[in-house]
Structure formats: structure tokens, C-alpha cells
Design a protein around this ligand. Structure first.
Ligand code: ZN
Ligand code: ZN
Ligand code: ZN
Length: 295
């Protein structure tokens, strides 16, 4: 097993164990802040399992029944995590808001203890993944750093409650942490939905791709353009390109190469291009052929 996959799997395992500890600790201390962090970590566990699948899928090559390979598996875990996190957040909010008006006693000493363990666990995960070289691991390690800050907030809250009995801090922290969870969920969900809808990836500007391609010498027009992403990293481009007669006859290969180069400048590695003359379209229907063709 490659080390990278091993690291992500270990981080996932640590997270799952810790989520269970937090659940127990949350009920024991009666601290909603710790419970909301348990929810957050549960979401993280699913995300980590998802990226573990992703690391595996990245190695598992396409086969006769899955010609795109298995990378999109990670999308399922994103959607699954999102539905659990949204449901859990709503549940916790319903618990936290009444406590604002009627704060309950919490075991501050226990809160501080769990926060310290949390800092150790998350810190370990952070340093484990920081060594990773893949983008996936980098993103995860930054995320764990955010989690460390969450634990620091709970630690401070616990200390304040312990010494000054400010019990309202617990629901306040809970609401803050839960809003943060919801913010992250929406961001991830938007991205996953964009991939499922085969939307143009955020980092690609369709207009400037089209503009660059139509400025190639001999290109009369371009239509039936599709830009989408397989799983968020591999971007795919297909289009019909109309060449003028002279270029079509004398240097179709050079033009094709130029097109590929331009696409690569736009971070598109995988492209399929249909070369057409101005007389006939190669598709059943050539969407927008007239609109984008230079006269
Ligand atoms: Zn997290
Ligand atoms: Zn291909
Ligand atoms: Zn066409």
C-alpha cells in the first residue's frame, strides 16, 4: 500500500475514534459545544474516508465498465457528509438556542480536558497530513488547522466557565461552531453539485478559452463547446472547430497542436476536438454553429 494512502487512512481512523470519544465526552460534560464539534468531526471522518477512496480511485485505472475510472466515488461521500452535517447542525441549533436564555450547567473541568485531548489529536492529524504532497492532503491539513482553532476556542471557553461560571459561553460557542460547519457544508455542496451538473469548473473561464481558440490563424469558428470536470481536478473539453479550406488542407495537424497547447494553458489536459470544414458539421446537431462562426 502506498504511503500516501496509508496516511489518509490513518487520519480517517484517528478521526473516527476521536468522534466517538467526543460524543461520550459531550454527554458526560453536558457541553453542546463539544457535541457540535463531535458532529463536525463526524463530517470530517466521512470526508477523510472519501479522500481515502479518492486516493485509491486515483490509482485504480478505468476499466471496460467504468471508462472514466472511479474518481467520482468521492462525490458520493461529499453528498452523504453534507446531508448528515446539515441535519445535525439543525438539531444542535435547536438545542443551543433555548440554552442562550436558560444556560445549563456544564462540566467545565471535563471540557478543558477534552479540549486538550482534541488539540493533541488534531495536531497529530495536521502534522501527519502536512507531510503529504497531494493537493488533497494539503487541503485536509489546512482543514485540520482550522479544527485546532475550534478546539482552542473550546479550551478558552472551558477555562472561562471554570473560573467565572459564564455558562452562556457554551451555547455561544456551539452556535459559532455550528455556523462554521454550515458555511463549510454549503461551499463543499456547491462544488459537488457543480461537478454533478457538469458545470464549467470555477478556475476556467469559458469566454477566454473561446477567445483564445478563435484567435488561432485559420480557425473560422468554434461551437458545441463543453467544459466540465471529472472530479474537481481533471478538466475535460470537447468542441467542434471549423477551419478554413487552406489550413484544413495544408496544416490541420499544426492547428490541432496549437489548440491543445492553448487548452493546456487553461489547465485543460483532456480534450476531444472535432475538426470541421465550413461546409459540413460533423455532429448530428451542431449547437450554435452559426452564432460563433466568423464570417
Ligand atoms: Zn474538521
Ligand atoms: Zn481521451
Ligand atoms: Zn459542429
Amino acid at each position: 500500500m502506498p504511503r500516501r494512502e496509508e496516511r489518509v487512512r490513518l487520519a480517517a481512523l484517528l478521526n473516527i475514534v476521536f468522534t466517538i470519544l467526543e460524543l461520550v465526552g459531550g454527554f458526560w460534560t453536558n457541553s453542546l459545544a463539544i457535541l457540535s464539534d463531535a458532529l463536525h468531526d463526524f463530517g470530517d471522518s466521512i470526508a477523510l474516508i472519501g479522500s481515502w477512496l479518492f486516493e485509491r480511485g486515483a490509482r485504480r485505472s478505468p476499466d471496460a465498465s467504468r471508462t472514466f475510472g472511479y474518481q467520482r466515488l468521492s462525490l458520493f461521500s461529499s453528498l452523504f457528509a453534507a446531508s448528515i452535517l446539515i441535519g445535525g447542525s439543525i438539531f444542535i441549533m435547536f438545542q443551543a438556542i433555548p440554552r442562550l436564555f436558560n444556560p445549563e450547567l456544564v462540566n467545565a473541568f471535563g471540557m478543558v480536558g477534552i479540549a486538550i485531548i482534541g488539540i493533541i489529536f488534531n495536531g497529530a492529524g495536521f502534522f501527519l497530513l502536512k507531510k503529504g504532497e497531494s493537493l488533497n492532503e494539503k487541503v485536509l491539513s489546512w482543514h485540520l488547522l482550522e479544527d485546532l482553532l475550534g478546539w482552542a476556542a473550546i479550551l478558552l471557553g472551558g477555562i472561562f466557565i471554570y473560573f467565572w461560571k459564564i455558562y452562556i459561553l457554551d451555547p455561544l460557542l456551539t452556535i459559532g461552531l455550528t455556523l462554521f460547519i454550515l458555511y463549510n457544508v454549503t461551499t463543499n455542496l456547491k462544488e459537488a453539485i457543480n461537478i454533478l451538473m457538469q458545470g464549467v469548473p470555477k478556475h476556467i473561464n469559458l469566454d477566454s478559452v473561446t477567445k483564445d481558440l478563435t484567435s488561432i490563424k485559420g480557425v473560422l469558428g468554434i461551437h458545441d463547446i463543453h467544459i466540465w470536470s471529472l472530479e474537481g481536478e481533471t478538466d475535460i473539453f470537447t468542441a467542434h472547430v471549423i477551419l478554413d479550406d487552406e489550413i484544413l488542407e495544408k496544416q490541420p495537424e499544426e492547428t490541432r497542436k496549437t489548440i491543445k497547447e492553448i487548452l493546456q494553458n487553461h489547465h485543460i489536459e483532456h480534450s476531444t476536438i472535432e475538426i470541421e470544414s465550413k461546409y459540413h458539421c460533423s455532429g448530428m446537431i451542431c449547437e450554435g454553429r452559426d452564432r460563433t462562426t466568423r464570417k
